[in-house]
Write a protein that binds this ligand. Structure first.
Ligand SMILES: [Zn+2]
Ligand SMILES: [Zn+2]
Length: 479
């Protein structure tokens, strides 16, 4: 768990579909933000969640070229990315700007190398080796296999004493079959760029501070971010970015929603489906009864809530009564509090199916992801940076996706901007079109603006005690 001393600080992230869906404002919390939601198995949380941010997009990307009857999506030409970059005056900011100008080609190479070697969660060995070699080359102390996870890593650098600690995150994993369709190659390179740029600023201008860059595995599968960030007990703030579709030169600082994942296994008894079906107990029937109940429940859910999943089984053949079936199911709601109520209703659907069929049922309720909190002071500093330095705009649309970074925000002041890269209509995250988009120079250009913005935001928090205390006060008051 994180300590509350004054001398530390950190920046991490992964996010979901951006814009297009506005959620009700979160109720003002009465308890301190440092208190995580009451969850029975929270202590053992490893933040497991498949498709943690299986994104929902409700309209084509505004960057995409509108289709018409004569033009197919594949014929579309992506618009160019034209970044606006104004002059930076502050000496330390100037250093950050200069070092990122120098690093630009190297970071693009880093991003495309990882893009060209996609690895799924916990198998990110190429990415780990490539990224840690880069960080070692730039003077960071690297720990591989961080927290006992083979592909997790940490890169640290300290300058002076009693400095605040800045945390940053590099995600690395791809999606099975479609590669880097979530753009984690960009996030990986961005984390490295932020860390190296801040190091240069600390060294050149004698600013005390510590930089911790965490390479977090398996965001798409298991979500190890919250467990690793909670181990970084010196961290004082944390941030991360994530690419997605959206209007050009725009960031989004909205929230994401809470998610609960269930693994439900029905066990019955196999029998010959023609000769003696009455001897069987049909587990597949149980799964489909549960599915039907869940579908009926959907009609009574709030428009902001989600319910979705899949049915799986072993050794099914059509002339044998299936003795096993498994549901992997996920429900989402605007807040964890709201999700808890929905969870109770979903559990009854699972149990009723077992009762009706005579199957036994085993329900494994995985640790939830909470709604995303954007620290208002970090958000304000970031917004000011992107508007004044780069002429970008910031929205607070939010998304009906979910992220393990939501849990991180209950431990630390957190910032998770979503930024747009050009992609084709309906070619958002987790599609083959987004895999292509994540490797383009235009995506890299947008990623570099994000990298600069997060580095400059962290620099301001490092140097400005008023902002630092304001950030802490906002977090302590539950914001
Ligand atoms: Zn992602
Ligand atoms: Zn993803």
């Amino acid at each position: 768990m994180v300590s509350n001393s004054d001398n530390d600080g950190t920046a991490i992230g992964c996010f979901g579909g951006f814009k297009l869906l506005r959620f009700p404002k979160r109720k003002q919390e009465t308890s301190p933000a440092t208190k995580v939601p009451s969850v029975s198995n929270y202590k053992n949380e490893k933040a497991r969640c498949t498709s943690s941010h299986n994104l929902d997009f409700y309209a084509p990307s505004e960057w995409g070229v509108p289709t018409n009857n004569k033009q197919s999506v594949s014929d579309c030409v992506l618009p160019p990315y034209t970044a606006q970059n104004t002059t930076v005056q502050d000496p330390a900011e100037k250093t950050i700007n200069e070092i990122l100008n120098e690093l630009d080609p190297e970071l693009y190479q880093l991003s495309t190398k990882i893009h060209d070697h996609p690895e799924i969660g916990f198998e990110e060995r190429f990415a780990r080796d490539t990224l840690t070699a880069f960080m070692q080359h730039h003077g960071f102390n690297v720990t591989s296999g961080y927290l006992g996870l083979e592909t997790a890593w940490k890169a640290e650098y300290s300058h002076g004493t009693d400095g605040k600690v800045i945390g940053i995150n590099s995600e690395m994993d791809a999606l099975s079959g479609i590669g880097h369709a979530c753009g984690h190659n960009l996030i990986a390179a961005s984390g490295c760029g932020i860390a190296v740029a801040l190091k240069a600023a600390l060294e050149t201008h004698g600013i005390p501070g510590k930089i911790i860059l965490l390479g977090t595995p398996a965001e798409e599968a298991e979500g190890e971010k919250s467990s690793s960030s909670s181990e970084v007990d010196t961290t004082r703030w944390i941030s991360v970015s994530h690419p997605g579709p959206g209007p050009q030169r725009t960031f989004d600082l909205g929230t994401t929603i809470a998610i609960q994942t269930f693994e439900v296994e029905y066990l019955g008894k196999s029998a010959h489906a023609g000769a003696a079906p009455w001897e069987g107990v049909n587990a597949l029937d149980a799964a489909f009864l549960a599915y039907s109940s869940l579908s009926v429940l959907r009609q009574q859910m709030q428009p902001t809530q989600r319910s979705h999943g899949i049915v799986e089984g072993r050794d099914w053949i059509s002339n044998v009564i299936p003795d096993n079936a498994r549901l992997r199911w996920q429900v989402r709601a605007s807040t964890y509090e709201e999700l808890s109520t929905l969870t109770e209703r979903v559990l009854k659907c699972f149990q009723a199916a077992a009762l009706a069929t005579g199957c036994t049922v085993k329900i494994d309720q995985e640790p939830p992801y909470y709604e995303l909190k954007q620290n208002p002071v970090l958000a304000k500093v970031f917004t000011n940076v992107v508007q004044t330095h780069f002429g970008h705009s910031v929205t607070q649309q939010g998304s009906s996706a979910s992220t393990d970074f939501g849990n991180v925000g209950f431990y630390l002041p957190a910032l998770h901007p979503m930024y747009s890269i050009p992609t084709k209509p309906n070619g958002g995250n987790h599609t083959p079109a987004f895999t292509k988009a994540s490797a383009t120079k235009e995506a890299h250009a947008a990623n570099m603006i994000t990298t600069r913005s997060l580095a400059l935001t962290s620099l301001q928090i490092l140097q400005n005690e008023y902002l630092f205390q304001g950030m802490k006060a906002a977090f302590a008051s539950g914001l």
